[in-house]
Design a protein around this ligand. Sequence first.
Ligand code: M1P
Length: 238
Amino acid sequence: MVVNKTNFLFDIDGTLTPSRSAININFKKFFLNWMENKTVYLVTGSDKEKTIEQIGIEIWNRVKKSYQSCGNAVYENGKLIKKLEFTLDEKLKSFLNTQLNKSEWIEKYNVHIDQRIGLINFSTIGRKCPKEARKRYFEWDKKHRERELICEKVEKHFPLLEASVGGEISIDIYPKGKNKAQVLDEIIGPVVFFGDRCEKGGNDYPIVQRLQMEKEKRNFIINNVSNFKETWELLKKF
Ligand code: M1P
């Protein structure tokens, strides 16, 4: 099914790659070929550097726009064309450090607070954790819902902020409304979206919610996937 002028919008971690890992080499070949003559956008909580490390510069250069930091840093033809000023203040820093100290997850590594352009990424285990610890935390978090609960607390204590769960070990924090849905202000026409965190509280949810609100005026397809293999299978239909 190829629809002319369709905009294809992809989340990255959990959708095009395993979380914080490189794209599968065979899928990359397929995807580069599939992208020919299509309008493709990326939208991720991650920053430019991590994204390029994961999907490679060829894909990143070939997309129409790459929305990093949930759309708070926008790149076109490799250049940063739009950014939101949002930096960590002392109050939020101290709040996040309290969450870190209260966390029942014992095994901790470095980089708990990652300042990105227009977004703060927070992780109690720490961004520098090894892969095995990342998997262990992800499974633990499914039971204990630590990230979901921290997001709720952030929004309760900071009514001007919004927080969402993305990936396996972290949460994204940004000013209220500056979530992934903002990219739809710039993307005109039909949208086919692929994301893995489409449930309430997930960082793809605002896109799903916004598309559903626009159902009278925009054609769209939402593909809520569990991993890149599912995305790969689905892409064969487009
Ligand atoms: O896109 C959301 C997040 O996805 C990954 O999260 P984690 O490291 O928790 O698996 C990372 O790419 C992160 O940077 C990003 O914000």
